[in-house]
Write a protein of this length. Structure first.
Length: 201
C-alpha cells in the first residue's frame, strides 16, 4: 500500500436536518488543506457575499455559455436561479494536493457520477471521486430535529420530510453511508472513511 496521500473529491449529500453542514465543518477543521468547492450562481450576491469567496457570480448568458462549452461538472436550476460547479475548480484543488468538499443534493451527486462514468480512468476527478450519504437515525428523529430548530413553519417541515423520503431512496447509490445518531461518533466515522480513501487509491 502506498503512503502517498491521494487528494479526494468528496461529494456529500443528506436530507435537510441530518447534520451535514456541521459534519462538513468538522472535516475542514480536522484535515489541513481541505477546501469547500465554490459554486457558480446566477443569483445576485446577498449581504456581504463576495465574488470568488462565497460564490462565483455569473450572468445568465455567461452561465449558459459555460454549459454549452461543457465546463460544468454539475449544474441545476433552483428557485429560478442557476447553480453549478466548474470542473476547473475541482481540478485546481486536486492539482494542489487538496481535498475538496462538494456539499450537494442527490441530483447533483447523480450528475457527477454520470460525468465520471464518461471520463478516462486516469482523469483526476474520476480517480479522486468519493460519495458519502449522511443519514438520520430514523425519519422520526429527522422530524424531531426539524421541529426543534423552531425556524420553519409546519408547511416547510412537511415539504422537507417529503423531500427527505425521496432523497433516502438514493442512499444505496453512495459508496459510503454515515448515520448521524451521535455527532462525535458520526464525525469520527467520516474521518475514518476519508483517511482510508486517502491511502487505498
Amino acid at each position: 500500500m502506498s503512503n502517498k496521500v491521494t487528494p479526494l473529491l468528496l461529494v456529500i449529500s443528506a436530507p435537510s436536518g441530518a447534520g451535514k453542514s456541521s459534519l462538513c465543518s468538522r472535516l475542514v477543521e480536522k484535515f489541513p488543506g481541505m477546501v469547500y468547492s465554490i459554486s457558480c450562481t446566477t443569483r445576485a450576491p446577498r449581504g456581504s457575499e463576495q465574488n470568488g469567496v462565497h460564490y462565483h457570480f455569473l450572468s445568465e448568458e455567461e452561465f449558459c455559455a459555460r454549459i454549452a462549452a461543457g465546463e460544468f461538472l454539475e449544474h441545476a436550476r433552483v428557485h429560478g436561479n442557476r447553480y453549478g460547479t466548474l470542473k476547473q475548480t475541482v481540478y485546481d484543488a486536486l492539482s494542489q494536493g487538496r481535498d475538496i468538499i462538494m456539499d450537494i443534493d442527490v441530483q447533483g451527486a447523480q450528475q457527477i457520477r454520470a460525468a465520471c462514468a464518461k471520463m478516462r480512468d486516469d482523469d483526476a476527478i474520476k480517480r479522486s471521486f468519493v460519495d458519502i450519504f449522511i443519514a438520520p437515525p430514523s425519519m422520526e428523529e429527522l422530524r424531531r430535529r426539524l421541529c426543534g430548530r423552531s425556524t420553519d413553519s409546519a408547511e416547510v417541515i412537511e415539504r422537507r420530510m417529503r423531500n427527505a423520503t425521496e432523497e433516502m431512496k438514493h442512499q444505496p447509490l453512495y459508496q459510503h453511508t454515515v448515520i448521524n445518531d451521535d455527532f462525535e461518533k458520526a464525525a469520527d466515522e467520516l474521518s475514518a472513511i476519508i483517511e482510508s480513501e486517502h491511502h487505498n487509491r
